[in-house]
Design a binder for this molecule. Structure first.
Ligand code: AMP
Length: 249
């Protein structure tokens, strides 16, 4: 009897989770300077809402590692802390968003980074519907993480990542249990090539000059939600989940 009741409860829970995960969230855009926590928060969104993280930086780095044509072009640009051209990045994103795992939505991490990319994304979404029950255009939910400059420097210079699973650590704020070794798969952690001190300033400048206008663009159209990214990571995550749950409701 209890076993039967337990099974019923489990089935009901499984059904409601299936419903929860089958609802479409649509595109989520995380904006913010390098080191704001976009990668960490994207991974948390991905785990909770079961939608993929589309990180243009990660895809470009994969291309560099695999020695593709795109990787060859991007390598030097990234090493200087500058932005890869809009044409190349938009085409790369277009191909990624066509993949079946993006059907219910995705988190864009590091894209759009210029006003031209933001306009391109809106045009792409213009004829794409997320959530058939709501026949409205799928505007992205745009969240910007604002972080103090000195805090950014501490975060970027302390950042280490796992080349196998992509998990991000920080030697100051979120160290691995064993120094420089990933808690999940035991891989040796690495420092990104562009997290070197001499590349950080050009990256922040690129953000201020080219990515700020993206936030202005979303602000003008009433779509920008700003969050204080200086808060502890878990608090920022809670805020983001609340925003997405409200949107989802
Ligand atoms: P991230 O991992 O997002 O910090 O990106 C690392 C580097 O990849 C940036 O400094 C740029 O050189 C390049 N990159 C990533 N996303 C974009 C984008 N949307 N547009 C142009 N360049 C990008």
């Amino acid at each position: 009897m209890w076993e039967a009741a337990g099974n019923t409860v489990r089935e009901a829970l499984a059904n409601s989770m299936a419903q929860e995960t089958s609802r479409d969230l649509g595109p989520v855009v995380l904006l913010g300077p390098p080191g704001a926590g976009k990668g960490t928060q994207s991974k948390r969104i991905m785990e909770k809402y079961l939608i993929p993280q589309v990180s243009t930086g990660d895809i470009l780095r994969q291309n560099v590692d695999q020695g593709t044509e795109l990787g060859h072009i991007a390598k030097a640009v990234m090493a200087r802390g500058e932005l890869v051209s809009d044409d190349l990045v938009c085409e790369m994103v277009r191909l990624r968003l066509k993949e079946p795992d993006c059907k219910r939505g995705y988190v864009l991490d590091g894209f759009p980074r210029t006003a031209a990319q933001a306009g391109w994304l809106d045009a792409l979404l213009d004829d794409r519907l997320f959530d058939n029950s709501r026949p409205t255009r799928a505007w992205p939910i745009v969240i910007r993480l604002d972080v103090d400059y000195n805090q950014l420097l501490l975060r970027i210079t302390g950042r280490r990542s796992c080349p196998t699973c992509g998990r991000i650590y920080n030697v100051r704020f979120q160290p691995a249990s064993v120094d420089c070794v990933c808690d999940i798969d035991g891989t040796r952690l690495i420092t990104r090539n562009d997290d070197r001190l001499e590349v950080i300033q050009p990256r922040i400048t690129a953000y201020q000059e080219q990515t700020r206008p993206v936030a202005d663009y979303y602000q003008r159209t009433g779509r920008l939600i700003s969050l204080n990214g200086d808060q502890p990571m878990d608090v920022v995550t809670e805020h983001i989940f609340r925003i997405l749950d409200d949107h989802h409701a």
